[in-house]
Design a binder for this molecule. Structure first.
Ligand SMILES: C[S@@+](CC[C@H](N)C(=O)[O-])C[C@H]1O[C@@H](n2cnc3c(N)ncnc32)[C@H](O)[C@@H]1O
Length: 267
């Protein structure tokens, strides 16, 4: 008898479960802008948007919230159209625009917030290229606009390591594999692997060839291109010393093995 086949493996589905929190990201960005600017941000641009989950979440915040996603790869964009847009109401979908473009293009729309999340700008390995990106974001932001980035680091990132997270409720494991780290260039290779329960491990489903930028390097670059202020939002810890998911402005971070922080730059 033929072996019964499970659901086909869908890499974007497992990616979303393992690393994304689009609703929380959208709310954090809305609340942070409100706190800094004293008004609502209605227009978000999600750079490096891939399947644009955050843009979709943004349109769910209310009838005035509009999002533009930008990515140069047609594959995740097509996935987002099929799997995520189909879950929006027609009003939400009408407030969403996806551009298949390079984020370095100079003609991207003017918005209240630009976000570049899940460290995608780490793909810019040269200072000049990252500077060019920050410069064009600065130019395209509206008068009170802000750029929101995330960043990660910690002593664990200065050497190869593999981190496994078991998602028992969804029957799979997620592996964040840092394969290399070059202390001279700060270049590092990362892979995402997945293993569904009872199946072989799927290796290198996603690959990231990155430069590990540091917070001071990023803040200096942001200042150089004209941002008048940047604030680091550092994560608090719970009773066990683990991150508690609450990010607040800080100038002094705890020197932990692995951290994620947000940087918010104001025009
Ligand atoms: C780490 S993934 C996206 C992550 C997504 N922002 C998230 O929150 O999970 C990086 C994405 O950036 C896109 N990308 C990389 N360089 C780009 C560029 N210069 N212009 C536009 N898209 C780019 C890739 O096609 C890929 O979809």
């Amino acid at each position: 008898m033929a072996k019964k086949k499970g659901k086909p493996f869908d890499k974007y589905h497992y990616y979303a479960l393992a690393v994304q929190s689009p609703d929380a990201d959208a709310k954090f960005m809305r609340d942070t802008y409100k706190e800094l600017r004293g008004k609502d941000p209605f227009l978000l641009r999600e750079d490096f948007c891939a399947a644009f989950a955050i843009s979709c979440a943004w349109t769910k915040l209310g009838g005035k919230y509009r999002a533009v996603g930008v990515d140069f790869d047609p594959e995740p964009i097509a996935y987002g159209r099929t799997h995520y847009v189909s879950q929006l109401t027609s009003s939400q979908a009408s407030r969403l625009e996806i551009l298949q473009k390079n984020v370095l293009d100079q003609d991207l729309p003017a918005v209240d917030i630009v976000c570049a999340l899940n460290f995608s700008y780490f793909g810019f390995k040269k200072r000049n290229t990252l500077r060019q990106y920050f410069q064009s974001v600065f130019t395209s932001l509206k008068k009170d606009g802000v750029l929101i980035l995330d960043c990660f680091g910690g002593s664990q990132c200065w050497e190869p390591n593999v981190d496994e997270t078991e998602h028992e409720d969804e029957n799979f494991s997620y592996f964040w594999d840092q394969d290399t780290f070059n202390p001279i260039t700060h270049h590092a290779m990362f892979y995402i692997h997945f293993k569904r329960k009872g199946e072989r491990k799927r290796e290198r489903v996603f690959t990231y060839d990155w430069r590990m930028w540091t917070i001071p390097e990023l803040r200096e670059l942001l200042e150089e291109v004209g941002f008048r202020k940047s604030t680091v939002y550092w994560e608090g810890s719970d009773d066990d010393g683990e991150g508690d998911g609450v990010f607040t402005p800080s100038e002094e971070g705890e020197d932990c093995e692995a951290w994620v922080a947000y940087i918010v730059a104001e025009k």
